[in-house]
Design a protein around this ligand. Structure first.
Ligand code: ZN
Length: 548
């Protein structure tokens, strides 16, 4: 229960409800948006300010075992960016100190997201075996509502079911797995490539290459998982990290993957890392235009960009093969680990530099995807935190999208040697409006996630609201909200973080037939180091999101 609140006369951007810069009041009671509140309700005077729903991050890495390993790998970043405990009010939970850098500690992650006006965050890749640890981390990531996607593309049990063509049992197994892990959606990473890497395979894998069996191919994995997600009526489409991440010419792979799933709901993540063509000179160049042309013409496709931002980052992914290549080319410290029966993991710290040709191309490709996308509802904002850059760079990214003069100045500084034929280098005049920013950072991600109570300010929505003070520099405006309301509670007040309630867990629990448990138990007994009974995480405090 929270007190009634009226945010008065702000300029409201609520694209899901067709509200584009209208001066209006927003009323809040009991954690929800309501039509009216009593006259006696607390008021926040938002005259001259910009009011939006709270931000929704569809793809980040904040609560996975990989992130924890990255924290251990980067003590120097933590020492350089110590975060004192915020000055919270005394009536709430204890304030915690922490550390930042590219992979902040849990409490600091929650505080910093909320400090940017974000109120919902999903971790995009959790190995089922580590689901318990991810829930523990989300429990310690305050303010934001959150959840995670479960890695299934290189799962040994699912591969058995693909091999035997047992689609009904594949549905039962995946439904069981989502319930056992408390996941929200299904994630595929480099389908087949992760398992083959673990087996010592070191070449690129084509969509139709057999993976130890003629019937298991990347195409069959994509087909099976997307079919299961649709049959189970999961709120979010299958979240797909395509094969060949980062490789020159991979735009052909990405397009072939989209075509393999044509007509079916699918979300293609960090598209920027999958949008490189090969020019006539044999060198890599932007493939953004041909990729975005396809996306524009196919309404069933959605994507997030995975923008690269100049500066330090940490690449961390289940795509262990990619990390090996990055380690070999950079010589930096790294982690590589296999996760039994399920997936892999690799981590390499990285720095994107303006004067480095590939970094500059990546930065340009991401901006091209944003600026050429016809439908902002289907091409939404991410940096694949912390892979392309920290979520703390979102305000700077918003400025790049909104301010052409600033963007052109930045473009003049970058290494142009791989930018022949680039749409951005040729000049793109588009500037995102505030309404479009509200789409790519809240309304769009919420819709793609099937979160009907997020990303908008209609009556009945969760009362997650951000109030910004306009500034000539958009990045200043978006990095310093004046007020942030989470679930009806004012967490940022006059620019200061004051309250840090626990966030809610967003997960699904589709029905399954318990007959799946007997063969699974015997599979665990034969192959796993964890007993079947210890694998499920048990009940979560928050009820699941409906899957109808
Ligand atoms: Zn990612």
């Amino acid at each position: 229960m929270t007190d009634a609140l009226r945010i008065t006369r702000g300029t409201v951007y609520d694209p899901a409800n067709g509200v584009d810069g209208v001066v209006a009041d927003v009323c809040v009671e009991n954690g929800r948006i309501v039509a009216v509140v009593p006259e006696s309700a607390r008021r926040i005077d938002a005259r001259g300010m910009v009011v939006m729903p709270g931000g929704v991050d569809i793809h980040s890495h904040v609560a996975g075992a990989t992130g924890n390993a990255a924290r251990r790998l980067l003590p120097e970043q933590h020492a350089a960016d110590a975060e004192p405990a915020p000055a919270l009010t005394r009536d709430g939970p204890l304030a915690r100190s922490g550390a930042g850098g590219t992979v902040p500690t849990t409490f600091t992650t929650g505080y910093r997201y909320a400090g940017l006006g974000y109120t919902t965050v999903f971790d995009a890749a959790v190995a089922p075996l580590y689901a318990r640890s991810s829930h523990a981390e989300l429990d310690e990531t305050p303010i934001v509502d959150g959840g995670f996607y479960v890695l299934v593309g290189d799962d040994a049990y699912l591969w058995q079911l693909i091999r035997t063509g047992d689609r009904p049992r594949a549905r039962q197994y995946v439904a069981w797995l989502l319930s056992a892990t408390g996941g929200y959606a299904l994630k595929i990473v480099n389908p087949g490539g992760v398992e083959m890497w673990k087996r010592g395979h070191r070449r690129r894998i084509g969509l139709d290459d057999p993976l130890g069996s003629d019937s298991v191919t990347p195409r069959a994995i994509l087909d099976t998982v997307c079919d299961v997600a649709d049959t189970l009526r999961l709120p979010h489409a299958t979240h797909i990290h395509c094969n060949d991440l980062g490789l020159a010419g991979n735009v052909a792979t990405t397009l072939a993957t989209m075509q393999a799933l044509a007509g079916r709901r699918a979300h293609f993540t960090h598209l920027q890392f999958h949008a490189y063509a090969i020019g006539a000179d044999g060198r890599r160049r932007s493939g953004a235009r041909e990729l975005v042309d396809y996306v524009n013409q196919h309404p069933e496709v959605s994507a997030d960009v995975g923008q690269v931002m100049f500066g330090p980052a940490t690449t961390l992914t289940a795509d262990a093969a990619v990390e090996y290549l990055l380690y070999k080319s950079s010589g930096r410290k790294w982690v590589n680990s296999d996760i039994e029966l399920e997936t892999g993991c690799g981590i390499v710290p990285h720095t994107y530099r303006e004067k480095q040709a590939v970094s500059a191309l990546q930065w340009v490709v991401g901006l091209e995807l944003f600026l050429l996308a016809a439908d902002p509802w289907r091409v939404v904002l991410s940096t694949d935190h912390p892979n392309g850059g920290s979520f703390m760079a979102y305000p700077e990214l918003m400025r790049l999208l909104m301010d052409r003069a600033y963007r052109d100045d930045c473009l003049k500084r970058v290494n142009g040697s791989l930018l022949q034929g680039s749409a951005l280098a040729d000049g793109l005049s588009r500037e995102y409006t505030l309404n479009e920013i509200a789409i790519v950072t809240r309304a769009g991600p919420a819709r793609l996630l099937g979160l009907t109570q997020k990303g908008h300010l209609g009556v009945g929505a969760d009362a997650d609201v951000t109030v910004y003070t306009p500034d000539d520099d958009w990045s200043v405006m978006f990095s310093t909200p004046r007020f942030v309301i989470k679930g009806g509670m004012v967490v940022v007040e006059e620019g200061q973080l004051r309250r840090a309630p626990a966030g809610r867990r967003l997960h699904v629990r589709p029905d399954f037939d318990r007959a799946i448990e007997a063969p699974l138990r015997s599979f665990f007994e034969r192959h796993a180091t964890v007993s079947f009974d210890n694998y499920p995480i048990g009940r979560l405090r928050d009820a699941p999101v409906a899957t109808e």
